[in-house]
Every structure is written in C-alpha cells, then in structure tokens.
Design a protein. Structure first.
Length: 236
C-alpha cells in the first residue's frame, strides 16, 4: 500500500482495502522465473537470437550457473517468501532465511547465499537495506532477485556492484526509479534481467484480485468489514 497514506485515510473515516494472498503464487512463480533467467542468460540469449548474432558454438558461450542444488537466501519469510521456498525444494536447493524475528542475521545470509531473494515490505527500516555494504558481502558469483519493492535496493550501489562484478547479476521485477528509463545505467547492464512489475500479472491472479476488490467494495458499501481491510480497526 505504498501509494496510500492509511493513517490519513483512517483519520478521515475512510476505509482502505487491499488484495493480499491472491497474488502470492504468481509472484513466487515470477521470482523463480527471474532466478532461472538471470542464472542461465535467458534474456541475453533471446536478444542474440533475435539480432541474428548467434555465434559459432564454443564451450564458454553464455555459460551460467546451476539453480539446482544452490543455496537460496530468502529475506522475509512471509507469504511470498514461503511460497518461493516451497518451489526451491523442487530444485533441491538449500534454503536459508532472514527475518525480523527469526532466521539468521542478514549479513550471514548474504555471505552464504548463491541467490538472494527479497520479500520484505517497503518500510523506513527496509528502504535501502541492500546497499553498498550488503552487496559487497554477497559472493561475487551470487545473483540478487527483487520482486518486492524497488527502493529496498540502493540502485546506485547495485549498478556499481554489477559493473565491478562484485555480484554476478540480478533479476528485478521492481526498480527505483519505476518505470526505469531506457537510458538508465541499470537498464544498460548486460547482467541484469528486468521485467516491468509483473509479479501479479497472471490471468488467474488478476481475476482473483479484481474479485477481492469488488468484495471489499460491496462489504464497505453495506457497512460491513472488508474481507481484506488495511486498518486493524474500522475508522470512526
């Protein structure tokens, strides 16, 4: 709910609804898609084929890294983080996590993980949490995945880390700024896979979101609590 001041709405007696849960699986699917794409050069390979630049075969052409059996570090083991962990088990990954009240310290996770996947809300405490120091703590072979919110990652620090090969690459569904200008250095980075905020963009998820939004509206008009209401208590 980054675009709504829930406190101000509550003070004015305005009920705010949202659509949690129904996009969990779609976002977890996209997280894994970005992980695979960044690890195996999918986007770069696609560009090469479409440009007619397919070179003669060589042993090191677009060599990536295995997802299967790797260590996945999940930052924020909520609904979406847990759904990503469930998918990781099918790839026989070692899953570690860091959270507000459980898991390992973030810096230890960053040191161990081959893939770091972000699933925390954007708050004052998480804004810029993946900055210069965090990126330098990661393995040079590691890949950062962000399907949460763009400002959780310091974009300037991320560009510098990609250019200096301090990390191997990233897969981003969210950026800061968003939308990302095509001339932005992050958009020009060959080791970055970037999608335009597609986390909930499956037909099933969007239909479920629309239905929940309508249910919220009908409940509010009837003076009943919304099925998915932002405020713990209804505004006066």
């Amino acid at each position: 709910m980054d675009n709504i001041d829930v406190g101000a709405a509550t003070e004015r007696g305005i009920v705010v609804g949202n659509t949690p849960d129904v996009l969990t699986e779609a976002t977890a699917d996209l997280t894994f898609a970005l992980m695979l794409a960044a690890a195996r050069g999918i986007a770069e390979g696609d560009r090469i084929v479409r440009a007619g630049e397919w070179p003669d075969w060589s042993p090191d052409f677009l060599v990536g890294t295995d997802v299967h059996g790797a260590t996945l570090g999940i930052v924020g083991m909520g609904r979406i983080g847990s759904a990503v962990a469930a998918r990781a088990r099918g790839f026989e990954m070692t899953v570690i996590h860091s959270g507000r009240s459980d898991g390992m310290p973030l810096d230890e996770l960053l040191r161990q993980a081959d893939f770091v996947s972000l699933h925390v809300p954007l708050t004052a405490g998480t804004r810029g949490m993946i900055g210069e120091q965090a990126l330098r703590t990661m393995k040079p072979s590691a890949i950062l995945i962000n399907t949460a919110r763009g400002p959780i990652v310091d974009t300037v620090a991320l560009v510098a880390a990609l250019e200096a090969a301090e990390i191997a690459g990233c897969g981003l569904d969210v950026t800061d700024p968003e939308p990302l200008p095509p001339e932005h250095p992050l958009a020009q980075a060959p080791n970055a896979v970037i999608t335009p905020h597609l986390g909930s963009a499956s037909r099933q998820a969007r239909e479920a979101m629309a239905e929940l939004a309508v249910d919220n509206l009908i409940a509010a008009l009837d003076g009943e609590p919304m099925p998915a209401q932002a405020q713990a208590e209804p505004p006066n």
